[in-house]
Design a protein around this ligand. Sequence first.
Ligand SMILES: [Zn+2]
Length: 901
Amino acid sequence: MPLNKGVCLLAAVLFIVKGEGKVLPDIRLPKSIVPEHYFVGIVPDIHQNNNAIEGFVHLDFFVQTPTDRIVMHAVNLTLIEDSVSVNLLPSKTMEMMRENDVSKTSSSGLSEKLKMLKVLRPISYDADKEFAVIHLGSKLEENQRYRVSFNYSGMLARNLKGFYGSEYLDKKSETKRWLGVTQFEPTSARLAFPCLDEPAMKATFTISIGRRSNYTSLSNMPLVKTEPMSNKEGWFWDLYEKSVPMSTYLVACLVSEFAFLRIWARSEAIEQADRAVQVTSDMLEFLEQYFQVPFPLPKVDLVGLPDFSSGAMENWGLITYRETTLLVNPKSAAVRDEMNVERVIAHELAHQWFGNLVTMAWWNDLWLNEGFATYVQRLVLDNVSPKYQYGSLQALDFLSVMDADGLESSHAISVDVAHPTQITEIFDAISYTKGAAIIRMMNDFLGEATFREGVKNYLNEKKYQNARQDELWQFLSEQAHQDSVLPLSLDVKTIMDTWTLQMGFPLVTVQRNYTDGNAYIQQKRFLRGVKPAIVKENKSSSLTNFVEEKNSRLPNYRWWVPVSFTDSVAQNFSQSNTRPAIWLTPNELSATKFIGKNEDSWVIANILATGYYRVNYDERNWKLLGLQLKTDHQVIHPINRAYLIDDSFALAAAEILPYTTAFSLIEYLPEENHHVPWSSALRALNYIGRMFSYTKDHGRYKDFMRSLVVPVYTRLGTEFQSDDSPLTKLFRISMITQACSQEFRPCIRNAQLLFDEWMDSPDPIHTIKIIPDLRSSTYCTAIKYGGQLEWDFAWGMSFNMTSAQDRDVILSALGCSRDPWILIRYLSFVLDPKSGIRKQDGRRVISAVASNPGGRRIAFQFMLKHFEEMFSYFGNPVRVLQMLSSTTSSLNTQEELVKVR
Ligand SMILES: [Zn+2]
């Protein structure tokens, strides 16, 4: 899955909701049996919101240790007692039976010729552990294979997980349509069919889907044949090819009336799939070449869904997406939308190798899936669509994750998890973004060739299997030693354990001696210093910090830190200069390096910010850097400019550096023409703005911001040119948004003019003259400075947008109103299914209101008041908590405010 952003305070909030110290039961399966092959038939009745699901399972398994029970996962499913049978499989004939008998579509028939075991009734269920247990009259014998067969029944889920039903309006025929689709990761396969639902329990699957004649179905593998159902008039069985060995969470099914083009979507939206079609094959080709491992499946389908809880899901061969992450309307797409679609497609395709082919053994190593997919998506984009310069944008993501990771409430990348709630919790920025950041660091300290070769070997050796992070380290170490990149006495595990087993990251301080030319370099854990005001405890999440509690082998909070350098003489910001000039180690916290006596020459560490850490310098070096930025900032690479700014503000917030140093570094900003350093500065400045938002000094803050932004806004103008690069477009959008939100009158007037023109046009649905890139800030500004009329118009328009991104833009802008009652009414729509707000968009509405300074408190109160209701309506506690956390993002800033003043 791709990451949903905005999870910073999630951990803190979880603490409050769950209560402290509640021990969750061990919910792992016994290891006595190992699944080998599932033959699953599922009949979901989605038509007209019916919600029955029935099906059958034949599961062939191998017995590792004798047992008289078969334990499977099942949630809200009932096994039909009479249908359960267990047979010994003669090992020789088994293969043959699998191939020949797969067309059998009920649990009877096939089993008679085999030795049958007595099944004791009733089947028992353990709701806490989500188990269904079949008890047997005799023991299953070691090293034998058996088949358990049964029919089962249940209900389709309604809250966007398991096998769930969903509806949408077909605009051409003005009729309702229904679809059924699966979302299993991490632990929802058990809602659709009884199975051994743990990632290491890989097996092959033969899937059969029952459907009415007017629907089509899809699954991971290609269709073999379609047959009418013998017992159901007007129904058909679609039988799919046997899969490669894979985890249960990757199984996928879709039943819909969608149109297709290898990409499946609502028929009226299908024309927006062109870009996805174009890039998908290029990306697959790149991935196959880069890692030298062919795509293992005969086909891949990409499906855009109108209601989907995540951004996308990497089911093997049948990847599901929200419409906004797959489809773009070429006529109305903003550059951000295009890039987002490519980013998510790249991410899910990367998973076909990292996650699907080689899967983490247990969810504690989720980062092996998500960190890799997030890192590889960048490789893919930088090669297939270099125009986006995505690598430099991802460097900004690494900065935001440092904010979360610099808190004491963070958690290690590799973390003990047991219960499904804990598993869902770690789908966060730490697993995704920090995971990607440390893989990037590894790529750069090993060198790309070594890294790539090591990963290739890892994929080839571990394919169709599971892996732990130690196994990845093993392959990389071998390659590093072979290439003499690391000394034989040092392996990758030693280095990387310090990054994955403990939370946080170091601050590297470079203290220069200007007389002898040496620099004294040391590491220390970086802490933001300010804890969220709402929680003071260290253990703010149910996730434990592995190092502190379990692993006394490692000294606390010391890392293997690769440090690279350049200075004002060399000015070497090339990729080749990112290799470490020195290492700081857990045993040698500091090092001395001769840098040169020139006291007028600055030094910069962490070239291109490939290392996951912050850097501080002595006062004189900061001054020299500030001076360089003012005289000729382009000498320093844009990514390093961004990091200098962000580091200085983060250090100021942590009381390590005076705010005057940070502010003097950004005095040059009116001259800055690059999106990346500006974004970094705006992140820091908006944070400070939030602190001032309820104080008498807010006006002064706005004056200051205008003094930085207006010169650039004027220079860039509001007209988009056909040859603008994506970064230039993003930069202009960002400056317009800032100028308007800092109340620069010409900007506001311009937005109002454009919006009025739209409102007054005779056919507003089909003629939006506002160019896509400007829509977000124009709508927001017009709604902010308008009243009910503007709001109601935009709300009405939100239902008439054929492109999902256009609708998202309006939904976000609707939160910009300054009328409390309008905001309260808007929030109330979230819990009202008739309002037209889809479940998947609930979080967008909440965070739209919460990111409006006038709406934050309203949103927070709304969440508190309707907390229980939100849980039952959305059915996904973690999502609800993420919504809550988006409303609390300013609560921790009061303490810091004093310092900035
Ligand atoms: Zn993912």
